[in-house]
Design a binder for this molecule. Structure first.
Ligand SMILES: [Zn+2]
Ligand SMILES: [Zn+2]
Length: 108
């Protein structure tokens, strides 16, 4: 199933800014397991800013859903996988310094 509707958002400066600011506000600690042991290990991506209410073609026009902090959650990659199971959407990953480094597309 195509997820193109969310691609532009996840690639946008606006989203990256919001995601970065949100991750910073959480001090890069996973909101579920409070794991931050990935930091400084030099291992690949570890945190994902997750949309609690997943983006869909119906809600991508709603700024509160897409950019509202109430709908965001900072998760480590393990908790994120647990949340998604088979995986649903593209989201934003951060390096140790909190810089957005890419998009995970777990719809594939
Ligand atoms: Zn976690
Ligand atoms: Zn997610």
């Amino acid at each position: 199933m195509a997820r193109e509707f969310s691609k532009d958002i996840y690639n946008s400066q606006r989203w990256r800014k919001v995601a970065h600011a949100y991750a910073e506000s959480q001090h890069y600690v996973c909101e579920r397991c409070h794991n931050r042991s990935f930091v400084g290990t030099g291992k690949p991506p570890r945190f994902i800013v997750h949309h609690k209410q997943h983006l869909s073609p119906e809600n991508v026009g709603d700024d509160n859903v897409v950019y509202g902090w109430d709908n965001l959650e900072l998760l480590c990659i393990y908790c994120h996988n647990a949340v998604h199971g088979a995986g649903l959407d593209r989201e934003c990953l951060f390096d140790d310094d909190g810089n957005p480094i890419g998009i995970v597309d777990h719809s594939r």
